[in-house]
Design a protein around this ligand. Structure first.
Ligand code: SAH
Length: 346
């Protein structure tokens, strides 16, 4: 943390109140400051125009605002999807992707710089985990994208770099802050959290009874196949993950969204589709099929349209809800981790 100052954008309103009272200022000052930080997304304290210069100085001396600097930005010529490469205060890089849908703008944000889950098809896995992001740095991705693009982000997906449940406390604090009415005020139903399937953390999340959408990156119907692409399977097997998902649905009444990246010849056979359908039978769920994006240095490739259609048809014939994910930003390496990978190589 720079100069031992506290990270104010990660602080709850009650925590700012404590500070404000400790310097004998009226409590309502905390509300003003919280709104400047969380809602307006100011990048330095001088912007707090309804706060005295003396108090601004006190904040400057005690706190720091963590921002995301735009290091690089790519705009898709197909669909105006924008990919941001952000630089953090300590020089780490993370990515976020802004996508336009009929219902508004969705931002895909990062939760960690790097990742330690080691999924073979994922560009973020290369180089391992650098560090966890602070709640402020998750929020700042939204502030930075909104400011740069001049739009209001209405939906957030925690599907960028890193594993949100491996940065559990910071992710939960982020969720609390981003949904605060005096902050960005995003509804939990407009937020999706994607995990590779950390069972104890899925259970811990279920206890919070949040109305967000839980996405689970399943990618295979059996441990044998899943182990080849997702090492975390050695710790948590497919059946154990699905049991945790059922407990999650029981606790929250929310349907689970399963991510399934189709990789040619690995997990895309008819047999895989039938096994998957068998395992998901009777579950309150939805399946997102994504032809895997190619990453450099890996031999596998994504399944073609025909195979994807065949796989999808089998799941549907078994009564499952399936969508084939529209590929946005195909020309700008919109899969997270890819842009950072390129920059880090140079
Ligand atoms: N760690 C979390 C969230 C980040 S990854 C998780 O595993 O869910 C976000 C999604 O992108 C996951 O579903 C992940 O499996 C998928 N993904 C990563 N690399 C991909 C690739 N090359 N092709 C298709 N999907 C990919």
């Amino acid at each position: 943390m720079p100069e031992n100052k506290k990270d104010i954008k990660s602080m709850k309103k009650t925590e700012i109140e404590e500070f404000v009272l400790s310097i004998s200022e009226p409590k309502y000052r905390a509300n003003q400051v919280f709104k400047w930080i969380q809602k307006a997304g100011i990048e330095d304290f001088s912007k707090m125009t309804d706060v005295s210069a003396k108090l601004r100085k006190i904040f400057y001396d005690n706190f720091v605002i963590f921002n995301c600097a735009i290091e690089k930005k790519l705009i898709s010529v197909y669909d105006n999807t924008i990919k941001y490469l952000f630089r953090l205060f300590d020089g780490e890089f993370i990515e976020a992707v802004l996508m336009k849908y009929k219902y508004g703008y969705t931002l895909c944000i990062s939760m960690q710089a790097g990742c330690r889950m080691g999924c073979r098809f994922c560009a973020t896995a290369v180089g391992g985990l650098r560090r966890d992001l602070y709640p402020s740095e998750m929020l700042s991705q939204i502030h930075a994208a909104e400011k740069d693009a001049g739009v209001r982000v209405s939906h957030v997906v925690l599907m960028g770099m890193g594993e949100p449940l491996d940065n559990f406390d910071n992710t939960l604090r982020f969720l609390e802050l981003v949904s605060n009415g005096d902050g960005l005020n995003l509804g939990m139903r407009n937020i999706s959290l994607s995990t590779c399937g950390l069972v104890p953390e899925i259970d811990a999340l279920a206890e919070k009874r949040l109305q967000l959408t839980l996405s689970v990156s399943l990618h295979a119907p059996t441990d044998e196949i899943r182990r080849e692409i997702m090492p975390i399977t050695r710790k948590y097997g497919v059946d154990g993950i699905l049991e945790a998902c059922r407990r999650y649905t029981d606790a929250t009444s929310r349907r689970i969204s399963f991510e399934y990246a189709l990789i040619e010849g690995l997990n895309d056979s008819d047999e895989c589709a039938f096994m998957l359908a068998g395992k998901l039978k009777g579950m309150l769920c939805h399946i997102n099929l994504i032809p895997a994006n190619k990453i450099e240095g890996q031999s596998f490739k994504g399944s073609g349209n025909e195979r994807t259609g065949g796989f999808s048809a089998i799941l549907k014939s078994k009564g499952l809800n399936v969508t084939v994910r529209r590929r946005l930003g195909a020309d700008i390496n919109a899969s997270c981790g890819q842009l950072r990978g390129n920059v880090m190589q140079n």
